[in-house]
Design a protein around this ligand. Structure first.
Ligand SMILES: NC(=O)c1ccc[n+]([C@@H]2O[C@H](COP(=O)([O-])OP(=O)(O)OC[C@H]3O[C@@H](n4cnc5c(N)ncnc54)[C@H](OP(=O)(O)O)[C@@H]3O)[C@@H](O)[C@H]2O)c1
Length: 257
């Protein structure tokens, strides 16, 4: 039995992941953005041992969330699943003055990685769209170019792979991997998606709980349990370090050595 935190477990792939883990007897800590969503998440996964709260569009709430999560740990596994899509016609700025997709999809998992005591395994949800990502770390907040919401989403998912790889390199004792869940019928995936929830959760479940050699890897990008080659930029250590520096500067939080 493992203790596992799943971010964004009030809906979609995260809720499916949490509910399967709980049904399999693991100690699952849910995460929801606010009290109302927390109640709904707990009702959907009644076996979960706790629900931690925090809106990832707020740095202050993300820091408080890390404190709550740490108190409900320690964790064998943290699954960074929460995310937002890229359909917006205009960039949305958060109360912190940051571009929302970057803050939720990249900065929040970075801050949580830095502030929640290290688990044995980390999984970061990315997307096949990471292949279209461009590491524009000179302008991660989209201040100096015309907005393209899908590009911002693709970039954020490339950054998630870079984060997983950076952690794997800097912290060899932690298994840190990125997963593309496939195109899954969720609120984000939409009704036209090709696959159902169980397919979208199964690789994370396997990486979180299996002791098979193929599941106890690190620094990999996987889909349906198979390793794929990620965007070439993801493997570049200089870009990984630049991403960590940008996240540290924006959040004021440093990834522990
Ligand atoms: N579905 C797909 O086809 C697909 C494909 C590739 C990658 N992915 C990735 O898979 C992950 C899960 O996606 P999904 O399809 O399950 O999406 P979803 O159904 O929209 O669920 C997203 C989850 O993240 C939470 N979340 C979003 N913004 C938040 C915020 N500001 N604060 C706290 N929680 C927040 C949501 O909470 P609320 O319910 O309160 O909004 C929800 O629990 C994402 O990282 C996504 O990029 C999905």
């Amino acid at each position: 039995m493992a203790t596992i935190l799943v971010t964004g477990s009030s809906d979609g792939i995260g809720r499916q992941t949490a509910s399967t883990l709980a049904a399999d007897g693991h100690r699952v800590v849910l995460h929801a953005r606010n009290a109302a969503r927390a109640e709904q998440a707990q009702a959907a996964v009644p076996q979960a041992v706790a629900v931690v709260r925090g809106d990832l569009t707020s740095l202050a709430e993300t820091r408080q969330l890390a404190e709550q999560a740490a108190a409900a740990g320690p964790y064998d596994v943290v699954i960074h699943n929460a995310g937002v899509g890229g359909g917006q016609r205009e960039p949305v700025r958060t109360a912190d003055g940051l571009e929302r997709i970057f803050q939720v999809n990249v900065l929040a998992p970075y801050v949580l990685t830095a502030l929640v005591p290290w688990p044995a395994r980390l999984v970061y949800l990315t997307s096949g769209l990471e292949a279209d990502g461009v590491p524009r770390l000179d302008d991660p907040q989209w201040e100096h170019r015309a907005w393209d919401g899908m590009q911002a989403y693709s970039d954020s998912k490339l950054y998630d792979v870079m984060l997983a790889f950076a952690v794997a390199r800097r912290r060899p004792q932690v298994l840190s991997n990125a997963v593309d869940p496939g195109w899954i019928r969720t609120r984000m995936g939409g009704p036209g998606a090709t696959d159902e929830l169980p397919a979208g959760a199964e690789t994370q479940l396997w990486l979180a709980t299996s002791d098979e050699p193929a599941a106890t890897v690190t620094g990999r990008y996987l889909k349906r349990r198979r390793e794929l080659r990620a965007n070439p930029a993801a493997y570049r250590e200089d870009l990984q370090e630049r991403l960590l520096a940008v996240c540290a500067e924006l959040s004021g939080v440093t990834l522990p050595a």
